[in-house]
Write a protein that binds this ligand. Structure first.
Ligand SMILES: Nc1ncnc2c1ncn2[C@@H]1O[C@H](COP(=O)(O)OP(=O)(O)OP(=O)(O)O)[C@@H](O)[C@H]1O
Length: 479
């Protein structure tokens, strides 16, 4: 197998890789690095934890060393934490160059950022919103001469999720030169391939890992069918078992809202578990501190929203628990990809209620693998059920007293005003949109259910899960 030197990388970069313990290039690095060095645009799609970051960092550093100037490269990424992680890779691998990098993300001091930008760093790593703000408000820097534009988690940057980057991306794309090399990477590029191809037009090179299954082989993927009301008791039981059975353990729990994230964190702490939360309602400094403490194993449990589902590389994570079943298969792929990285083993456990079974089917169809049921000692869950529910309720009351919902609302309104929008008008528009979306979703679910029922009755058996499940009914314990 070719080493880093055979890919056309200079000896100093090969030495940097060696020092970092990167002995052999991974397949995505083997595939993409030569094409990038040739000057081609690149779309790289490879599984989570497969080394996509170094696949673009290494060739960019090589080109930078041949013709250094600032601002040479702009990297866009959807989350602030990821921006810091990518900057770290540039810094470590580019140390012999005396690389100057600059991180431009929301939640940090804008004046200090503007100053840094005016000093012409070689590489700018940014989230789109804050960079677009700088472009609109500052004349002390420009990005019209950049040589490389990288979009990491490119599909997320283009899709219109809860954070919509479209307007900011337009502003950024209008400010970068047409003559540039564009590098687009993600573990899930295919949905947005058409739009992405529109961005990468310079002899584009598309690299996709050939694999039967879209998640990594070393990942043990389980599901646990539980009634909604006993979910938290199962969660506490799972964490307790992890703590009892493993000395060195570390887990990320994904939730669907900031509020659930906060409540679960409070709840697990009441049970004396070393838990820390990460969500967008936290101040940026708190977010960084939480992540740092989790990375250094001061806390063994990170409870996070999808703000942590993409890109974060924390090798110690052994288990990912989905407290809610992700509504989209690609969110599942990224969430579970926080474990079993770079050839390590890992486990993903998804808590599934009876209303989410169709989501599990959609996930299985996409990843091309069936999740297996996790065996749990249900008697032990029953023992803690009442206590868990009481503690959860206490935490909810405490959070309500802290006006969590109102704070969230105020934050949202502030953000809208900053964006020059009318919060009331936006709320009305959003409500209408949500109504339409809900109607469409219900219709889609109904069609899917009918199709599944028809399929099942044709096959002569009930729809999955076929195995008898003995999860306690909600009435078995005080809710
Ligand atoms: N050639 C290599 N050999 C061994 N380890 C590597 C190699 N290249 C990268 N790694 C390591 O693999 C881990 C995962 O890499 P990286 O974060 O780039 O994954 P990714 O493909 O971007 O994942 P995701 O899709 O989750 O963002 C990192 O810890 C990185 O240092």
């Amino acid at each position: 197998m070719a080493g880093f030197a055979e890919l056309g990388l200079s000896s100093w970069l090969v030495e940097q890789c060696r020092q970092l313990g990167l002995k052999q290039p991974t397949p995505v690095q083997l595939g993409c690095i030569p094409a990038i060095l040739e000057g081609r645009d690149c779309l790289g799609c490879a599984k989570t934890g497969s080394g996509k970051t170094a696949a673009f960092v290494l060739p960019i550093l090589q080109k930078l060393s041949e013709d250094p100037y600032g601002i040479f490269c702009l990297v866009l990424t959807p989350t602030r934490e990821l921006a810091y992680q990518i900057a770290e890779q540039f810094r470590v691998l580019g140390k012999p160059l005396g690389l100057k990098d600059c991180i431009i993300v929301g939640g940090m001091d804008m004046v200090a950022q503007a100053l840094e930008l005016s000093r012409k760093p070689h590489v700018v790593i940014a989230t789109p919103g804050r960079l677009a703000d700088h472009l609109r408000s500052s004349s002390t820097f420009h990005i019209k001469k950049i040589r490389f534009l990288v979009m990491d988690e490119a599909d997320r940057l283009l899709e219109q999720g809860c954070t919509d980057f479209t307007v900011d991306l337009e502003a950024i794309l209008a400010a970068v030169p047409a003559r540039r090399q564009t590098l687009l990477f993600s573990a899930t590029l295919t949905d947005t391939l058409k739009e992405l191809q529109g961005l990468a037009t310079n002899q584009p090179f598309f690299w996709e890992a050939q694999a039967a299954v879209r998640t990594v082989e070393q990942l043990d993927q389980r599901y646990l069918l539980v009634p909604e009301k006993v979910k938290d008791a199962y969660l506490v039981h799972l964490i307790q078992s992890l703590q009892d059975e493993h000395e060195d353990w570390s887990v990320i729990i994904f939730t669907n809202t900031c509020k659930t994230c906060q409540i679960l964190c409070m709840m697990l702490r009441k049970f004396n578990f070393p838990a820390v939360a990460l969500h967008s309602m936290m101040k940026q400094k708190e977010r960084f501190a939480a992540l740092a403490k989790f990375k250094s194993s001061i806390y063994r449990i990170l409870i996070a929203t999808d703000v942590a589902s993409r890109g974060l590389d924390i090798p110690t994570v052994q288990v990912v628990i989905n407290h809610n079943t992700p509504g989209l298969p690609k969110i599942y792929i990224h969430r579970v990809g926080r474990t079993a990285r770079a050839g390590r083993q890992g486990q993903a456990i998804t808590l599934v209620t009876q209303y989410d079974i169709h989501l599990v089917h959609a996930i299985e169809e996409q990843i091309k693998k069936q999740l297996e049921e996790l065996a749990v000692e249900e008697a032990r869950v029953l023992q803690i059920l009442t206590q868990v529910n009481v503690v959860r309720r206490e935490c909810e009351i405490k959070l309500e007293a802290a006006h969590f919902d109102e704070k969230k609302e105020i934050n949202k309104r502030k953000q809208l005003i900053l964006e020059g929008k009318d919060p009331d008008l936006e709320a009305k528009r959003k409500a209408e949109l949500a109504k339409i979306k809900q109607k469409n979703r219900r219709f889609k679910e109904k069609v899917e259910r009918t199709l599944q029922q028809q399929k099942a009755s044709r096959a002569g058996h009930r729809a999955r899960p076929p195995r008898a499940h003995t999860a306690p009914a909600p009435t078995q314990g005080p809710a």
